[in-house]
Design a protein around this ligand. Sequence first.
Ligand SMILES: Nc1nc2c(c(=O)[nH]1)N[C@@H](CN(C=O)c1ccc(C(=O)N[C@@H](CCC(=O)O)C(=O)O)cc1)CN2
Length: 282
Amino acid sequence: MILLDGKKVASAQDEKMAQRVAAVKEKGVTPGIAVILVGDNSASAVYVRNKQRRAEKLGMNSQLIHFEAGVTEKELLDKIAELNNDPQVDGFLVQLPLPDTIDEDRVINAIDSSKDVDGFAPDNVGHLWIGEPHTKPATAAGILTMLDYYDVDLDGKNVVIIGRSNIVGKPVAAMMLAKNATVTIAHSHTKNLKELTKTADVLVVAIGKAKFVTKDYIKDGAVVIDVGMDRDENGKLCGDVDFDDVKDTASMITPVPGGVGPMTITALMEQVIELAEDRANG
Ligand SMILES: Nc1nc2c(c(=O)[nH]1)N[C@@H](CN(C=O)c1ccc(C(=O)N[C@@H](CCC(=O)O)C(=O)O)cc1)CN2
């Protein structure tokens, strides 16, 4: 079994990205990212900190805007309008999830799609599905970069994705379809899930249920991508896949931590650099 090592791939990508940042800076443009964090979700705080650290390590400008959980939607929308008009910010995002008091769709729709580094704005979703992406959701893009690094060819492969979220399941489907894979999205209403997942050459799991997928869901030699960020019975970070149970059946598998997570941040940074390059090239 080959471990799909997100940390290793991320650091290989970092070298290339640092060169791109240096090149764009020579043209007088410093890539700039802003992240809006609302409330005190401890996991979100870790992800946001990691995004900032990575941006700074690559020589980019990075700003964090942290609102208390009680922020009004208007205050949030005003900040978004400000960032939409800030020429130093190439791209920004609002860390999800948001508190229940705030309408997530309204917030996402307020982000200028040209600066939507998450690729969640409706017109960016449309561009992705017609195969002409402007910005791409980071987790999906990170998974594709990882598979490319390990020479996993998706052309003609059966891909099953468990989970139909807008931030992972659907964009992964769109991007794998664009690579000529035959893609099925399974979800909580899917019948005979195990029979379906056993047809998968590549299985992507993004359901948020600790160690849900065991070896009886997996075809011999399948590539398994675990997007889960869960806690096991001892409070230890784990994925949606029972790694120890599956490792002798899968041909390749992402660990949690150290798999898809670091690739998500890499893909986000790449997205910001691309936007800065567009700015530098007029
Ligand atoms: N606006 C967004 N919100 C959220 C997104 C997103 O892409 N845009 N995705 C997730 C969270 N996420 C990025 O924001 C993310 C999750 C996990 C990791 C990561 O590196 N995980 C580490 C483990 C970290 C830990 O110790 O807890 C790993 O897997 O090794 C990065 C980014 C939801 N919200």
